[in-house]
Design a protein. Structure first.
Length: 417
């Protein structure tokens, strides 16, 4: 086998640089004579301009290799930079230990409905490339379908996600390997007109009496759901979803109490606080009927046995009642209301019957935050005597509204476990 080399002089030395094997036959491997000559001419030009052919070629190969490595490095960095979808999902994960389960599920639902479903291309864009017009592309359809409050909340969540992304890459202990290389928050410059107004709907005495008497006879509303509404009312208007989340272990019939956990506010899980609610005989009687149905399940307030009643179910039940023949008084349709309005109804019922704001707030766990409550008034059992007094006064007012003969004295019902 013949090997072709290029011989040349450099600094008084005779040097050679291999070109390749000569292709002697048509079936042989190697280089043809014309190709060898062309390569020799190329090497001659290199020798003329740069002297040492080998050193020059190795230097050029090193430059090429470095360029290839740099392009690979930049490609890896680009691949590690998260998309808009990655950023929002990363933000949701960051909220799991701080926010309530309901808030996390709501964020996941909004992501699927308002972002990934209608805007898949925007979701695949790098988060750093998102501009305010992309945020508008997400928010405008929400606004145009009339969900103006949701559009405002969605903008708030998007802004929070970008604020999280701006800080996340420098956070110690962060689990996600994605980087975003953000320089600004594109959602913060997008304006959404505030449309929320203070809610004022409360049921009148006649409406409350009608709802109490007929909710259990409404098509589509089961007995447990009907008793849930009555239990919320009988306990002075506790937050309905807090009641839904309770298990049987939260009820102490010997002490006549239920233990609720409040996680309202930005603190979420980290700022949860217990709220002991005394149970009136009416509330205990409702609970006993529920136990006959759901005593074999972990939760009193379940319609499936697999989980407690979810946040949207009471809303649907009230909607069913409003569409039924029961939601009419003297030929007039009862105006729309939501399950949350039952809490306001109980508040105003206490106000109308002379129960002090202090007792009302204590029973409903209003205004129980702040430094003094966090560090000093933090024993739920210490407030029970005052709460029992509030429940007794509320029970008398409720009995009058429901048209029941008021008892001279309301005695707490005590049961053994």
């Amino acid at each position: 086998m013949v090997t072709a080399v290029y011989r040349y002089m450099c600094d008084g030395r005779r040097l050679k640089y291999p070109i390749g094997n000569f292709k002697a036959g048509s079936r042989d491997a190697g280089l043809t004579l014309s190709i060898i000559r062309e390569e020799a001419q190329r090497l001659a030009l290199i020798a003329k301009e740069h002297g040492n052919v080998k050193a020059y070629i190795e230097e050029q190969e090193a430059v090429v290799a470095a360029g290839r490595a740099e392009r690979q490095r930049l490609a890896e960095i680009e691949a590690s930079r998260g998309t808009f979808g990655d950023l929002f999902l990363d933000y949701i994960e960051s909220r799991r230990e701080k926010a309530t389960t309901g808030v996390v599920k709501e964020l996941e639902r909004l992501y699927q409905k308002n972002m990934l479903g209608p805007q898949p291309i925007i979701m695949r864009m790098k988060a750093r490339d998102i501009r305010p017009d992309h945020i508008l592309a997400i928010l405008n359809p929400i606004w145009e379908r009339g969900a103006k409050v949701q559009a405002e909340r969605m903008r708030s969540f998007l802004s929070a996600a970008f604020n999280y992304g701006l800080k996340a890459e420098n956070a110690v202990g962060r689990s996600s390997a994605k980087s975003y290389n953000l320089e600004s928050n594109p959602a913060i410059v997008v304006a959404v007109d505030k449309v929320s107004a203070p809610a004022t709907r409360a049921l009148s005495d006649a409406e409350l009496r009608q709802f109490w008497a007929t909710i259990g006879h409404t098509q589509g509303v089961g007995p447990v759901m009907a008793m849930l509404f009555k239990f919320v009312i009988a306990t002075g208007g506790q937050r309905i979803f807090n009641i839904c989340q309770t298990t049987w272990d939260d009820y102490d019939l010997e002490a006549g109490t239920v233990r609720l956990i409040h996680r309202k506010g930005r603190g979420g899980q980290t700022m949860s606080r217990p709220h002991l609610v005394p149970l009136s005989p009416r509330a205990v009687a409702i609970l006993e009927r529920v136990r006959e149905i759901n005593g074999c399940h972990p939760w009193p307030w379940t319609t499936t046995g697999k989980q407690h009643i979810v946040v949207g179910s009471p809303t649907h039940a009230v909607a069913d009642w409003l569409k039924s023949e029961h939601a009419i008084i003297e030929g007039q349709q009862i105006p729309s209301f939501s399950p949350r309005d039952l809490r306001r109804t109980c508040t105003q019922l206490m106000q109308k019957h002379g129960i002090s704001d202090q007792l009302s707030d204590l029973l409903q766990a209003h205004g129980q935050t702040g430094v003094a409550n966090l560090h000093y008034r933090n024993n739920p059992e210490a407030a029970l005597p005052e709460k029992r007094r509030a429940v007794e006064l509320f029970e008398r007012a409720l009995a009058k509204v429901l048209g029941e003969a008021p008892a001279d004295n309301v005695v707490r019902l005590v049961r053994k476990k």
